[in-house]
Ligand binder design. Sequence first.
Ligand code: GLU
Length: 254
Amino acid sequence: MERLKRILVKVGTSAIKNGSGIDQELVNDYARQIAWLRRNYGIETIIVSSGAIASGRVLEPNLTRSIIDKQVAAMFGQPELMTAWRRAFQRQDMIAGEALLKDDDLENFRYPLLRALQFGVVVINGNDVTYNQDAEEEIISADNDRLSRVVANRCGVGLLIMLTEAEGILDEDRKVISNIASYSDLHRISFFERTQEGIGGPGSKLLEARKFITDATKIAYIAGARMENVILRIATGERVGTRVTLPLQGFLNI
Ligand code: GLU
């Protein structure tokens, strides 16, 4: 693999939560891998992490499924989520910052983000609490698959790693497809089970992964959130999960 300067790791709600909120051990493990990559290869990491709404619901179980209560869950849960990341990076002697974004914030975000990455990591989530309450249920929580791809496209990321519950994109026999590099690979895919929480699912991940591939230097992976050393192995060139190098034809990067 060509020398990597910057990666983006996206973690979904179902991967990062456990019965009592955020899975601190998993977050610690990611921080260890990300710190190792920084120390040994100088690789900068942007993290896009979901889990605020799920975490807020654990703190206040009386919240309903209404849009306003989702926003409240995000208000309660986001500090929990960020505390888990901050703690994890503190153990690695690394500073971790936070940015809550909507699409239209991205224009002004690039330079502060790149500057922050010189010092530590930045954990990004969609800014769920400021969504228009008349909006459709579906768009209340910012789609972090899309957000991670847009940030990756705009901020010089060479490798996009999307971590999911499944160990990659699955074929009809529920086996991981190791490479999506051609149109014939696409025909092997079995879709579109939606995850219970979060609005992602394999279909949205693959779409965003393909939108990320704007030239031959870019690679995206969709891989299992709990696979051992998953971030480390992918960033050092090992094939883990599904490797995506097939661009979305006709897609113009913004
Ligand atoms: N921003 C939401 C949360 O942190 C999740 C949105 C998504 O997974 O796309 O709970």
